[in-house]
Design a binder for this molecule. Structure first.
Ligand code: SF4
Length: 170
């Protein structure tokens, strides 16, 4: 195992990438950044900015940037904002990871996935089953990023919108 990558912090974004395409997660964790001018990246930024134009509510914890953390009825709630629910399973794992990080920091919180364009909110709790699930995902991501080479490119529908497409398929 490469010692450098044993110490790399796993972030929520990395968990999201892992669930969409493990190769993307590996590229991101090895600082191979995608094309910043990519239309999907710019669109995601714009929706994020439009939805929270009244101020910067981001909270950074252990390398992860959470879109917003609020107190509701005496309980902490972590918000994650997405432009669409197309990758809801990945977004759910990303948010579970944030709840896991809060839990590790001694803060109990629930989560809300927000889809402003769909006017939809999905609520999440970190129960025993979810804790077990996200702990297993974290172990898998650690194993992945410790690899010397990325998994081979595998064509999936998301490749069409992926900022790494040129890198993988040119
Ligand atoms: S182009 Fe496809 S295979 Fe390559 S990183 Fe993106 S989703 Fe993964």
């Amino acid at each position: 195992m490469d010692e450098l990558f044993e110490s790399v912090s796993i972030t929520g974004t990395m968990v999201w990438y892992y669930a969409v395409c493990p190769r993307e997660a590996w590229l991101l964790s090895h600082q191979l950044t995608p094309d910043e001018d990519d239309e999907n990246i710019r669109m995601g930024r714009r929706i994020h900015e439009d939805s929270y134009a009244r101020g910067n509510h981001e909270v950074v914890l252990a390398g992860s940037k959470m879109d917003r953390v609020v107190r509701k009825g005496g309980k902490l709630v972590v918000y994650e904002v997405k432009k669409s629910s197309r990758h809801e399973a990945s977004a759910r794992l990303q948010l579970l990871f944030y709840l896991f990080q809060m839990h590790e920091a001694g803060l109990e919180a629930s989560g809300e996935l927000h889809y402003p364009e769909e006017k939809r909110v999905v609520r999440l709790e970190l129960g025993d089953a979810e804790l077990k699930e996200i702990s297993a995902v974290v172990a898998e991501v650690r194993t992945l990023i410790a690899r010397d080479l990325p998994p081979p490119a595998k064509r999936i529908p998301v490749c069409r919108q992926c900022a790494y497409a040129e890198f993988c398929w040119a």
